[in-house]
Write a protein that binds this ligand. Structure first.
Ligand SMILES: [Cu+2]
Length: 169
């Protein structure tokens, strides 16, 4: 079962992610002042610019992306993710092996340095949503429940984006 999920995940990756994944350099960590521009919020941790790749009808797996902005002077860690709309939500990292080959692996947790932002984005870190509820394909938003070591639980409602919208920039 687990192997099937990974295989399914990988084929989705190749079908949908490769164009965006290829040719991107690994810049997961950037200064908060660029990644986290425009945040008018004094919460210690802010989930910024999040979105979920809208699944096709019948598709059981997709990915969520967002930037985590740590506005405190202490590092924090993303420890777990859940959603009512998928049986499992896992933190993954995509790595580019060669020019047109990518692989991804599960990551246990993610450290966000003090006063810094980390972007989860196509070709890098992402949240893999596995065994989706069937109504996700027709929804406009999906809520993720994140748990951080210091900031505690944070829920974030992310818009679903079709791939046509995603390539429109
Ligand atoms: Cu993945």
């Amino acid at each position: 079962m687990r192997n099937n999920i990974i295989k399914q995940c990988t084929s989705v990756l190749f079908a949908g992610f490769c164009l965006t994944a290829c040719g991107q350099t690994h810049q997961h960590k950037q200064q908060a002042d660029t990644l986290c521009n425009g945040i008018q919020n004094n919460q210690s941790l802010v989930i910024h610019q999040g979105w979920v790749r809208a699944p096709q009808k019948g598709q059981k797996i997709t990915a969520a992306y967002f930037t985590i902005c740590n506005q405190t002077g202490d590092q924090d860690r993303l420890l777990s993710i859940t959603t009512a709309k998928a049986a499992a939500a896992e933190l993954h990292e995509t790595k580019t092996l060669e020019e047109d080959r990518v692989s991804m692996q599960r990551v246990d947790d993610l450290t966000i340095p003090p006063k810094a932002g980390i972007a989860l984005k196509p070709g890098g870190y992402h949240i893999m949503l596995i065994d989706l509820e069937s109504d996700v394909a027709s929804s406009d938003t999906l809520t993720l429940n994140l748990t951080f070591e210091n900031a505690g639980p944070i829920s974030t409602k992310l818009p679903l984006k079709k791939s046509s919208e995603e390539h429109a920039h």
